[in-house]
Design a protein around this ligand. Sequence first.
Ligand code: SF4
Length: 383
Amino acid sequence: MNQKFYDDLIHRSMTGHQLEDALCQRILTDSQTCLPDRQVELLPLINAAYTVRQHYRGKEVIIHIINNAQNGHCQEDCHYCAQAKSSQADIQEYGLKSDEEMLEEARQAYAKGAFRYCMVYAGRGALPARIKRLSGLIRKIKEEYPCQEICVSTGLVTPEGALELKKAGLDQLNHNLNTSEGFYPRICTTHTFADRLNTLQAARLAGIHLCSGVIVGMGESHNDIIEAAKRLRSLKVESLPVNFLVPIDGNQLSVPQGLTPEFCLKVLCLFRFLNPQAEIRIGAGREIHLRNMEILALYPANSLFLQGYLNTKGSSNARTLQMIKDAGFEIKSDVNIDDLLVETRQPVVSVVEPYLVSTKAAIKDLKDLRPALVVSEVEPLKS
Ligand code: SF4
């Protein structure tokens, strides 16, 4: 495609114009399979997405650190999740962490440069007792860190629950749409796409920012990805994680489909064009699926997870921070990136660690999931 094609993409994205499905399809199509005059080349596409990203988000990179408030014990059957009742994945389950533990881990996350601390609770949804306890915890964290943000992921939430969380000071609620409405029954049978939309609507009405994104690589079509991106655009989500299916042995969906580094980058560009102002996050699976092209993902995206994902490890904090610094991006945090790099106690040369090229994900162990405790202190699981 000539330069005009990429310039038009920038113009249409930044002037609020929707992109037609056929154009989105063209962006996602593997350039090797097109005639030369129909090829959407990767570098000009990334450059166009970066123009949009830079206009709205500058050079910022927002760091998120996830805390699993509990692990396992979920009765839902999301086929991509190691905590689902249907998963045989070898994870170490534990019950709910204490408020003191969650607070201590919030302190650690903010000290590591996190702008937003994400507390994730497994399960179908938040009953009133959980909403009450969570509200108390949010108030405690906000007392200590009034300027830092808190995000909570706690399944389905009612309008009343959302209002209570908002009153406690919650900034953002995470609830991913994950895929298109039509494909949703293929990835979960215990709740519906409509249930998810209702939760997002409840949060929006309560005045809570929305964090909602997708998982790519579950066997969905390009049309499903495009439909999900457009749905998130219509919901005006503020924060949009783009996850790439992490291959976890034992999960119902354990084999990613069609994820090459080029495709993952094109997906991120498409999400930027369709959601130009959103905080777009490179979600789970960046190390495995983007491989040596990982840094290019920060040109369309402006956010990432540090310290791994829900149940799987990522690359080291030092390596991720060094990657951000080397490319000239700036982390959005009270903590200086150079100080963070010093704290990791790794000179630049040793940060070039063996790269995670395995096609298998490394499962987190207890000390990753409960860093405030030593393993022997963990209370036995209640049956
Ligand atoms: S994604 Fe959440 S609701 Fe679904 S199985 Fe995992 S923990 Fe349960």
